[in-house]
Design a protein around this ligand. Structure first.
Ligand code: FES
Ligand SMILES: [Fe+2]
Length: 349
């Protein structure tokens, strides 16, 4: 059994694709594993353990020589596959001199690593966050470095009742907390659907719609285990058929989240706020991005405070409310992935 809270056989976002650039190394810890990232001359990304085979010096403090990494301590040189190709003061290279490398792929403006068994790294399983780079959508995003376990961030996004309390004044109002919601799940997916019908919109959404009067508002959470979320949100003029599928009298956003455990108690949280209307208006893109950034700073504060309180109360447990149904299903899907990994590990031993 493992006491890890995260599975390893999955794609995790390690950063925005622009953060990994040619000619420079980026050190980042993913699932407790320090990794160094860089790009080859042809632009393809590389991920390898950030610890030299010889004496474990961090390779990220070394240099790039073409597509290879040179250790900062005694100059061992590793090619992008992790094999040592040069050792100082000796002609024969010890064939076991390798550092581990990882499958890595650019997709939907993010770069993703498979930290588990490389044999099962299927590029077809990179989570679908196509709204980040679909030509019919536009948007931009940012990163939070959260001092909290990644599942607290998942819980936070799987229940938007907290908007009423954490985000009062921007996207939260009483109507959110009072509206009923529906949870469905299938294999590694969980969806939570909430419609808030015929209510005055909160400030942000009223401004986006640009028309006075009540709206039908939706929040449809699409979760893919272990920690990717696409949040379909919007408002339409009340009674114009949005719940039945006609969104033509409304405005729609897809907020995407790729949430990656850095350690058990810290998290890389990559978000982007996309929309499919007025897509050439860059100032609206900036207003959305900065508005959403402020909203997530409020989440960051409550999640870090929650983690601190959990650490200070190690004997206490969580209790469940109806509103936790989505988050609890997400946690069950994650637990099933972890259990499947330990079963296959036991079989292999
Ligand atoms: S620690 Fe890297 S070459 Fe010695
Ligand atoms: Fe929030």
């Amino acid at each position: 059994m493992t006491d890890r809270s995260y599975p390893l056989n999955t794609w995790y976002a390690v950063g925005w694709d622009y953060e990994i650039v040619r000619g420079r190394m980026l050190a980042r810890t993913i699932c407790n594993q320090p990794v160094v990232f860089y790009r080859r001359a042809d632009g393809t990304p590389v991920a390898m353990d950030d610890a030299c085979w010889h004496r474990l010096a961090p390779l990220s403090k070394g240099q790039l020589r073409g597509d290879n990494v040179v250790c900062p301590y005694h100059g061992l040189e590793f090619e992008p596959g992790g094999r040592c190709v040069h050792m100082p003061s000796q002609e024969t290279i010890n064939p076991s001199a390798c550092v581990r490398t990882y499958p890595i792929i650019d997709r939907h403006r993010l770069t993703w690593i498979w930290i588990g068994d490389p044999a099962s790294a299927d590029p077809g399983r990179v989570p679908d966050l196509h709204w980040n780079d679909d030509p019919e959508w536009t948007g931009d995003g940012g990163t939070l470095h959260l001092k909290a376990n990644y599942l607290l961030a998942v819980d936070n996004l799987m229940d938007l009742t907290h908007e009423t309390f954490v985000h009062a004044g921007s996207i939260g109002n009483e109507a959110v907390a009072e509206a009923p919601f529906r949870v469905s799940h299938d294999r590694d997916r969980v969806n939570v659907t909430r419609w808030i019908l015929n209510q005055e919109p909160p400030g942000f959404w009223g401004a986006q719609l640009g028309k006075p009067g009540p709206v039908d508002r939706w929040q449809i959470i699409h979760f893919t285990a272990p920690s990717t979320i696409a949040l379909d949100v919007g408002v339409a003029v009340a009674g114009t058929g949005a719940p039945e599928g006609d969104r033509s009298q409304g405005v729609n956003g897809f907020i995407t989240f790729a949430i990656t455990p850095e350690t058990e108690k810290t998290t890389h949280y990559f978000w982007a706020a996309n929309r499919n209307f007025d897509i050439r208006n860059m100032s609206r893109t900036t207003i959305w991005r900065e508005g959403v950034r402020k909203i997530f700073a409020q989440d960051e504060a409550i999640l870090e405070a929650q983690q601190t309180a959990m650490d200070a109360n190690p004997d206490k447990v969580f209790y469940d409310l109806n509103i936790d149904a989505g988050g609890n299903w997400a946690r069950r899907k994650v637990a099933a992935m972890i259990a499947a990994e330990s079963r296959s590990l036991r079989r292999a031993l």
